[in-house]
Design a binder for this molecule. Structure first.
Ligand SMILES: [Zn+2]
Length: 376
């Protein structure tokens, strides 16, 4: 009914313009169509992004604490590795490869790596890296990274600068095969935003430990890191007991080591005790990861967590996600790439929390069957 009337009206207005007006109307219609489609697309895009937060540190801990042991001196294999394994306490050993004849050598390093302790690079011969030719720099940094990874059958991805100094040339070489590096400068502030560029992860600072470093002092520093929310890295050197002589540098007794580990145990609910590599991975991933909904229906919600870090073999540290869910819904399982994951549900805040790897595959959240829903 409508169409002939419009046609008649148009013909009445301009009988010989029919051929011109029709294309104009058509293009207006096309224009409106694509606009509507665009608006629809925008709306869809917006609902693709769920409400969520990524915790600053793993499992919502307030800070990260990394114990690092430098040089691989004679007490590291027999005393430190065994104590840490017994306590299930993660830590990083920065190994000077020429010391592989000490403290059980590669056998103890392999054992450490198998138990989740990190083997890091502290070069081949412990030189001041800023004083080397480029060939020697390559050998000490990249050469040792490759060789230590092979000998310890582990992923060597962090480095500690011998004596501490570095410059741009040194960082360029370290960056080729490492994700972070630590110096020896003592700090007493631990802000969460300790790295604002990739370069900053190669300038990490620390807190030095010697026999005067008491449990009280350690406790004060951990509490400070918890308040400021950053990464606390400690350097240990020699550790000795009645049987093992190790006095190369800043030596502490096995008893002192255990006192400090007891102190750390008492703060484990608040600080994430981890390796230097894992703390750096978490920090970098958390700064660029994004969660998106793929599908969401009555039975299942699928999502994808991606980050902008290209090396997914290295950047595989799970991130802790808090996902906002609709009121009253019940959830029975979460998995990533088919692997079931533990999760917690806060029904007061309507949040489910779980740990997933960025670029680690589809996340599936299975919903509980609701009353009145048809059984298959
Ligand atoms: Zn050293």
């Amino acid at each position: 009914m409508q169409k002939p009337r419009i046609e008649a009206f148009l013909l009445y207005l301009a009988p010989n313009m029919k051929t011109r007006i029709y294309p104009t109307l058509l293009s207006l219609l096309i224009c409106y169509g694509s606009f509507a489609q665009q608006a629809d697309h925008k709306k869809k895009k917006k609902s693709d992004i769920p409400k969520y937060t990524i915790e600053n540190w793993f499992n919502g801990k307030k800070s990260a604490t990394c114990l690092t042991f430098d040089d691989w001196s004679s007490g590291h294999g027999p005393i430190v590795v065994n104590n840490l394994i017994e306590r299930k306490c993660p830590a990083t050993f920065f190994v000077t490869q020429n010391n592989n004849g000490l403290g059980g050598g590669y056998v103890q390093m392999q054992k450490a790596a198998q138990h989740g302790l990190e083997i890091g690079n502290h070069t081949l011969s412990h030189p001041d890296l800023t004083k080397l030719t480029s060939d020697d720099l390559k050998k000490e940094v990249s050469g040792t990274q490759a060789s230590l990874s092979k000998e310890t059958n582990s992923e060597v991805s962090t480095l500690a600068y011998p004596y501490g100094p570095y410059n741009d040339q040194v960082i360029e070489e370290v960056k080729k095969h490492h994700i972070a590096a630590r110096g020896v400068i003592d700090i007493n502030h631990f802000p969460y935003e300790f790295a604002t560029s990739e370069q900053d992860y190669f300038k990490l600072n620390t807190v030095g430990v010697n026999e005067d470093f008491t449990s009280e002092k350690f406790g004060t520093i951990i509490r400070k890191a918890n308040i400021e929310g950053g990464m606390l890295t400690l350097i240990f050197h020699s550790v000795y007991n009645d049987k093992v002589d190790d006095h190369s540098y800043a030596a502490i007794t096995e008893q002192r080591l255990n006192q400090l580990l007891d102190t750390l145990d008492s703060y484990k609910k608040e600080t994430w005790v981890t390796t230097m590599a894992n703390a750096v991975k978490y920090h970098r991933e958390a700064h660029c990861a994004k969660l998106k909904t793929i599908t969401n229906n009555a039975m299942e919600w699928t999502l994808n967590l991606t980050d902008t870090l290209s090396n997914n073999k290295i950047y595989n540290q799970p991130l802790t996600i808090n996902l906002k869910v609709p009121n009253g819904k019940k959830y029975i399982a979460i998995s990533q790439r088919g692997e079931p994951l533990p999760f917690s549900f806060n029904d007061k805040k309507n949040l489910i929390s779980f740990n997933v790897v960025p670029d680690g595959g589809i996340i599936r959240i299975t919903k509980a069957r609701e009353k009145g829903m048809k059984k298959k």
